[in-house]
Design a protein around this ligand. Sequence first.
Ligand code: B12
Ligand code: SF4
Ligand code: SF4
Length: 304
Amino acid sequence: MTIKTLDLGKLKGYQTRTVSIDHLPELQEDIEKLKRQSLLDKQLVEEYLKFNFDIAAKLPGVQTLIVLSEPSPITKVGFAWQGKVYEFRVPPGYVWREADARVKEALGQSIESAGFKVERARVPEKTLAVRSGLAQYGRNNITYVPGYGSFYRLYVFATDAALPEDNWGERTMMKACDNCTKCADNCPTHAITADRFLLHAENCLTFHNERPVATADWIKPEWHNALIGCLRCKEICPVNKNQLKNIVDGPVFTEAETELLLTRPAKDDVPEATQKKVAATGVDYSYEVLGRNLDLLIKNQHPV
Ligand code: B12
Ligand code: SF4
Ligand code: SF4
C-alpha cells in the first residue's frame, strides 16, 4: 500500500507505510519498557539507542511518520595481500550514501515540492517498520519485507503533511520462524536464544566489530565473516534464499594499499584514491575499525 493523497509518484518505487505521529509515545514505550526491565545493555543504550522522540521540537506541526525500505545488496571487496586476492563481504545496508541521496531526492520531489517539510527521524526503525505493517520480525531480530527478505535499508522520516493512512498494529514474527531455529543455531556468539525473543545485542558480533574498541576476549577471531558486521543469521535464513545472489562488486585494494591499511593509519594519512575506495566499502563511517577487522580476517586467512 503506498501513500495516496499527495502526488507521491517518486516514492512509488519504494515499499512504504505511513503512521500518525499520535503513535510516537507508544513507539517510545516499546523501548522504555525494556529499559525499565533492565533487558537492554547499558553500553548499547548509551552508544546505539540515541533516539530522539521530541520530533516536534525539530519539526513543528509534525503529523506523520513515513517508513521506507530500499533493497540493499552484499558488497564484495578485494584485498591483494602476499600474492593472493582475498575477498570479504560487506553485509547489506552499510553502503548507503547513494541510496540515502536517492531516497532524499524522492521525498523532495514528492513531499517538499508540495510545500511540506521532511526530516529524518531518529526513532527505533525496526519497531516502527513492524508496527506499521511494512515488515515482520525474524527470530534473528532483524526485519523482513516481502520481496526483499532482510536485505534492505530502513528509513524513517517525519513530515508536517497529514497523510491519511495510519498503519499501526502489534509486533509480529514471520510465520516461517514458527518451526525454524536456523539463525540461532548458526549464530557464532549465541546472541539469539530460546529464553527470550530480544537479541542479546551485547553478544552480537556486530556490536563488537562495528566499534573501534578491542573486540572481547571470548570472541574467536575465526568467527568474523565480514569486513564489518556479520552475515551468519541472514545467510542461513530460508526466507533470504533468493537474496543471497544479490552481490555487487566493490573496490579491490592493491597489495600496497592493503599493507598500508593493516598498519591502521589515521584517515588523513591515507592517499585520496585509497580513501575513495574505502568510502566505496561503506566502512568509512567507522573508519577506525577497518585495519583491525582486516587484520582479523586476513590473519585468519578467512576468505569468504
Ligand atoms: C542498535 C542497533 C544495532 C545493535 C543492536 C541490535 C538490536 N537487535 O537491537 C547491533 C550493533 C548489535 C546491531 C546489529 C545489526 N544491525 Co543494527 N541497528 C541498531 C539500531 C541503531 C537500533 C535498533 C533498535 O531499536 N534496537 C533496540 C531493540 C530493543 O529493538 P528491537 O531489536 O527491534 O527489539 C524489539 C523486538 O525484540 C520486540 N520484541 C520483544 N519481544 C518480542 C516478542 C515477539 C514475538 C515479537 C514479534 C517481537 C518482540 O520488541 C523490541 C522493541 O520493539 C537500528 C537503526 C535504528 N535507528 O533503528 C539499526 C538497524 C536495526 N540495524 C540494521 C542491521 C542491518 C544490522 C545488522 C544486520 C548488521 C550486520 N551485521 O550486517 C546486525 C543484525 C543483528 C541482529 N541479529 O539484530 C538495520 C536492520 C534492517 C533490517 N532488515 O531489519 C537497521 C534498521 C539500520 C538500517 N537503517 O538499515 N544493530
Ligand atoms: S532462520 Fe528461520 S527462524 Fe531465523 S529468521 Fe529465518 S526463518 Fe526465522
Ligand atoms: S549478526 Fe551474527 S553475531 Fe549477530 S545475531 Fe546475527 S549471527 Fe549472531
